[in-house]
Ligand binder design. Structure first.
Ligand code: GLU
Length: 489
């Protein structure tokens, strides 16, 4: 068997989309599984939509996801360059080959002429197929058209290629994911492979690159199926080996429409900014079409690679369930080693003065606030009461503080805690006794604690109260309690 070589070929007209990340992942997994090579090629032929920042974003996002490539624009490789705009001098030779063998021809039609053809097709309610008007132009006619200043585009001659390599007009291929796929090539229409300005079109450049880069398997989204038929014919016309193709179902939003910004983040970098861990994101993305044989969904990329079989990928569309991703992300946050979590949270804590805490205090704060985090960014709000002198008291906390019971609790707490040793361990014991003291008076322990929590944090929910008091220290805790007593009743 020849070496497995797969590629991801993003067009840098936007930040790396999660759909492209999934395509990259499946290619990467397929390469890993088969001891093959994973190639990155940047398809930047559309200069107007390309930008360097998108190229950088593609590199950074793939790296952050751990999808490192064996060959690519930055690392090079034996079949470079790996950026299409640097390959422009390669394509004309193959155009010429197709012209010489009669599988391509010059087309002098103007945009207006083509538009007129399209309109007629529309009036007749027929799909538009190029008329082949220029297929049999004589040399004399061509010379005349050139003299008029017309520059030809080059079209691929579908019928000729089809006839040369297939018995009927039906073209079949055996898709790695979807099985037999076929089309009546009469419906394809002779498409342009090189524009009149000399620029190759996507369908042509991609074939030349895949051929020269010795790509053995092309795994990509099913939106490319109609292109695949055209590409197969070009491979054949060039006498090249046709790679195997596999097309992945689409990724849809929960409302089954195309996943777009209005549903939430769509680019990998947006997910990262929002506080998703790339390990969670890549694990989630793998499940969009692939399922683990042991039903155990939480897996590293290496574990997935062991279990990955391209033929078992679902051929249908997948739904991007943000809720499931959130669940996975919270799971990954829980699993993260504390030191790593401390570092990962720092970008979301820039508004606070972390130098006001010792490392031990910061560690403890993270330990007691990590549990309910869905996103890393949730930490910003979750720790707000650990910083600053005062707190903003929210409505529910104020309602609690506005009761006689709460005011009594706070008054007694102030008195009793005067000589407490302010360590978490000791506070734990003291608070237990304090709750007991009120329980005997018929006040539920949780009501007693609500009063203290409302005063110290300004809210009724949050981290373990003993830890909060210990981290804040006696002085700040008491100051807030006194202030809550003054502010209310
Ligand atoms: N540049 C194409 C895209 O981003 C690549 C398609 C392919 O994989 O051939 O859709």
């Amino acid at each position: 068997m020849t070496e497995v070589r797969v590629r991801i070929a993003p067009s840098p007209s936007g930040n790396l989309h999660v759909g492209t990340a999934r395509t990259a992942l499946f290619n990467y997994l397929f390469a890993k599984k088969n001891n093959g090579k994973f190639v990155l090629r940047i398809e930047d032929t559309d200069a107007e939509r390309t930008s360097q920042s998108y190229i950088d974003n593609i590199f950074d996002s793939l790296k952050a996801l751990g999808l490192n490539w064996d060959e690519g624009p930055d690392v090079g490789g034996p079949y470079g360059p790996y950026t299409q705009s640097e390959r422009f001098d390669i394509y004309p030779k193959y155009v010429q080959k197709l012209l010489d063998s009669g599988f391509a021809y010059e087309c002098f039609c103007t945009p207006e002429e083509l538009e007129a053809e399209k309109e007629i097709a529309q009036q007749n309610k027929k799909p538009y197929v190029y008329s082949k008007k220029c297929e049999n132009l004589t040399e004399e006619e061509k010379t005349k058209l050139r003299a008029e200043g017309r520059k030809p585009a080059i079209r691929f001659n579908i019928a000729k290629a089809q006839k040369a390599f297939h018995e009927s007009s039906m073209l079949h291929f055996d898709d790695l994911v979807k099985g037999d796929l076929h089309v009546d090539t009469n419906l394809l229409g002779d498409f342009v492979i090189m524009k009149s300005n000399g620029a190759p079109t996507y369908n042509f450049a991609v074939v030349i690159d895949d051929m020269l880069m010795k790509i053995s398997h092309v795994i990509r989204g099913e939106d490319h199926i109609s292109n695949t038929f055209k590409q197969i014919l070009i491979f054949e016309a060039l006498g090249a080996e046709v790679p195997r193709f596999g097309h992945l179902g689409m990724i849809l939003a929960p409302d089954r429409s195309k996943l777009s910004k209005r549903h939430g983040a769509t680019a990998v970098s947006e997910f990262v900014e929002k506080g998703y861990l790339t390990d969670a994101l890549i694990n989630f993305v793998a499940l969009l079409g692939w399922s683990p044989s042991d039903g155990q969904e939480i897996k590293t990329v290496d574990e997935i690679a062991q279990d990955f079989r391209i033929g078992e990928i679902s051929s249908s569309n997948s739904i991007f369930e943000y809720d499931k991703l959130n669940w996975m992300n919270s799971h990954y946050i829980k699993m993260l080693p504390i030191e790593e979590l401390k570092e990962r949270l720092k970008p979301y804590l820039t508004q606070y003065d972390l130098t006001s805490m010792t490392d031990a205090q910061y560690t403890r704060m993270v330990e007691v606030t990590r549990e309910p985090l869905t996103l890393l960014s949730d930490i910003t709000d979750a720790v707000t009461y650990f910083f600053g002198e005062d707190v903003v008291i929210d409505e529910k906390a104020r309602e609690t503080l506005d009761t006689d019971t709460a005011q009594d609790v706070l008054k007694t707490f102030t008195e009793q805690s005067k000589d407490w040793v302010w360590t978490e361990e000791n506070l734990h014991e003291k608070l237990e006794a304090f709750r007991g003291f009120y329980k005997e008076k018929g006040i539920k322990p949780k009501v007693t604690m609500w009063a203290i929590r409302a005063a110290v944090t300004g809210r009724l929910c949050g981290a373990d109260m003993t830890a909060i008091l210990a981290i804040l220290g006696k002085e700040k805790s008491m100051k807030r309690i006194k202030s809550a007593m003054k502010q209310t009743v």
